[in-house]
Design a protein around this ligand. Sequence first.
Ligand code: CO
Length: 138
Amino acid sequence: MGGHGWPIDHLGVAVADLDAAVSAWSRLGFVPEVTEVLPAEQIRVAFLPGPAGELELMEPMGPDGAVAKFLAKRGPGLHHVAFRVPSVAEALSVLQGEGVRLVDARPRPGSRGTLVAFLHPSALNGVLVELVEVRREQ
Ligand code: CO
């Protein structure tokens, strides 16, 4: 891939209670900008912008989604690191060529009109990595 990596877009945090989590992080000065329901992921999310990237607080809406399973197994905590890339499709094709294990073979819709894809944590020291492409023409 070359270069110097990608800027961090956000840190994803799994929480059991979104309102309580928002209130906890507000003590550090973070204020939610957007709250959104992602039916495909079965989560409710709040984005809290910061000067060097956002926090994404994710609360499961039922027992079946990946975040619910993460919470059940590991409790609340850091869930993923998201990097902003110019093109998720291009990044995936390069990473696939590098032999990086992917969760998503192709980009899919993320929150706020973005395109996203996840890389498998086994490829990156146990860290679940999300790639985010912000589409300007919304
Ligand atoms: Co995310």
